[in-house]
Write a protein that binds this ligand. Structure first.
Ligand SMILES: Nc1nc2c(ncn2[C@@H]2O[C@H](COP(=O)(O)OP(=O)(O)O)[C@@H](O)[C@H]2O)c(=O)[nH]1
Ligand SMILES: [Mg+2]
Length: 440
């Protein structure tokens, strides 16, 4: 499927804006570029300031038009970018004009799909692009950009090449006389397979970090009723989001907000206080609190100076709120704050940020694993393990088979090939490109 009929879409955001960018992709757009710029020749990658006219000669808008000649474009096809004023009326008029010239509206992700088919991006780059378009914080931007620019693809390609080499070596053992084989071929095969297995296992272990960067780190405020969780939630956000009152059991549902802490996206949630209750609705809220604790990467356990501190779990920070009501701050394991007065809140945010850094890393050393790539990485990991077991069986009892080992490593290479899209099915492609919006 490599049908480059002419498509267009609004590539900039929707709604009123200073400038809108409409992108057109097709096989031969030079003549159309000449027509709309009113020039006999159009140099690629030059910006032309033009009065864009419809077929009746009426001016639609003043635009800047750039022509990109294949293959030096985002999609690898000819591309024209029209930068018009960002008014809905202008954009609609340009769309009508393009329709009249036998062009059609692109489907979501269709530009990227073309870039993929034309060898401009592999699927791992497309995943990176989708993450970049979703990026809200600086760390998300950095990690997605690295992936989009081929950082992840380089790693996947190196793994895959190494697997193909191992598989070929193992197959050669069957085809050649032992004397004709390179020395140490058995050691080379097993050392390389084990190294790959370790590297993939290590990458999978960092899935939590990758997820935390992409989807945000889940932080939950938890504790008994009336300790000041909602007050602290509001103090951290800097706005009065959750209801604060001295009536125990005020917060019944989970209240969540997204907040940028030191470049990390944090999903902060305020929960119903933990206590015995006969109130059915409050009971449901408390069940939800338990779910939040399960999903949390970090729990902010809130108590007050009169409470006896409990042991602090590794994924927990112990916070003593209402420190304005006590004189001493003797608990070394706790962070003392007053949500009411604002005392210690900035230090608490700093401590949370440091903990988040430990959970999520800096985003630069982590493969941007998503649900799709995780499954395929697990397949590769499992096949490599089977290959290692085959080699062990051969060493121990002499009944392991290099043919089978070769097959397992080849399956592992196929799984990595699927991550990159070198081996692709329509199902994978649809799932990958549907993450993208119109105009990408
Ligand atoms: N003295 C003092 N009172 C506070 C502080 N934080 C919260 N409170 C009060 O404690 C009560 C319960 O607060 P709330 O945030 O609703 O607690 P939650 O039930 O844990 O969500 C309210 O009357 C708050 O005004 C604090 O730092 N100092
Ligand atoms: Mg509350």
């Amino acid at each position: 499927m490599n049908n480059n009929d002419t498509i267009f879409a609004l590539s900039s955001g929707h709604g009123k804006s200073g400038v809108a960018v409409i992108r057109i992709s097709g096989n031969t757009l030079e003549t159309f570029a000449q027509k709309i710029t009113g020039r006999a020749t159009v140099a690629p990658r030059h910006a032309y300031f033009v009065n864009l006219r419809d077929d009746a000669g009426e001016i639609i808008d003043q635009c800047v038009i750039t022509y990109f000649a294949a293959p030096h474009s985002f999609t690898g096809t000819d591309v024209i970018e029209i930068a018009s004023h960002g008014a809905p009326a202008v954009i609609n008029k340009i769309f009508e004009f393009l329709h009249a010239h036998d062009m059609r509206m692109a489907t979501p992700g269709e530009f990227s799909r073309r870039a993929f088919y034309n060898g401009k991006m592999d699927l791992s780059d497309v995943d990176g692009l989708a993450a970049l378009l979703d990026a809200e914080t600086d760390i998300q931007r950095k990690s997605a950009l690295k992936s989009m620019m081929g950082g992840d693809s380089d790693i996947y390609n190196a793994w895959r090449n190494s697997m193909i080499e191992i598989s070929a070596y193992a197959a050669a053992i069957l085809d050649y006389e032992p004397d004709d084989l390179p020395k140490n071929i058995y050691e080379t095969i097993i050392t390389k397979t084990k190294k790959l297995y370790d590297e993939i296992t290590n990458a999978l272990n960092k899935y939590g970090a990758a997820r935390a960067i992409r989807g945000g780190v889940n932080v939950a405020l938890v504790g008994e009723t009336n300790v000041g969780k909602s007050s602290l939630f509001n103090a951290i956000l800097g706005t009065a989001r959750a209801i604060v009152s001295d009536i125990p059991g005020t917060t019944r549902d989970v209240v969540s907000a997204s907040v940028d802490m030191g470049g990390y996206l944090v999903n902060l949630s305020d929960t119903a206080g933990l206590r015995e209750t006969s109130d059915t609705v409050e009971r449901i809220g408390i069940d939800r609190t338990h779910d939040e604790i399960k999903n949390a990467d970090l729990v902010l356990h809130v108590i007050t100076p009169i409470d006896t501190p409990t042991a602090v779990a590794p994924d927990e920070l112990l916070i003593v709120n209402k420190c304005d009501t006590c004189g001493t701050q003797e608990n070394k394991n706790a962070i003392y704050v007053s949500a009411k007065k604002g005392t210690g809140v900035n230090d608490l945010i700093k401590t949370i940020t440091t903990r988040i850094q430990k959970i999520a890393g800096n985003g630069e050393s982590v493969l941007m694993i998503n649900a799709r790539t995780r499954k395929l990485l697990e397949t590769a990991q499992n096949e490599l393990l089977l290959a290692i077991q085959e080699s062990d069986a051969r060493n121990n009892t002499n009944d392991g088979d290099y043919d089978i080992l070769s097959e397992h490593v080849r399956y592992a290479a196929d799984a990595i090939g699927k991550i990159l899209g070198t081996i692709s099915t329509n199902e994978i492609l649809d799932a990958t490109f549907s993450q993208l919006c119109l105009g990408k």
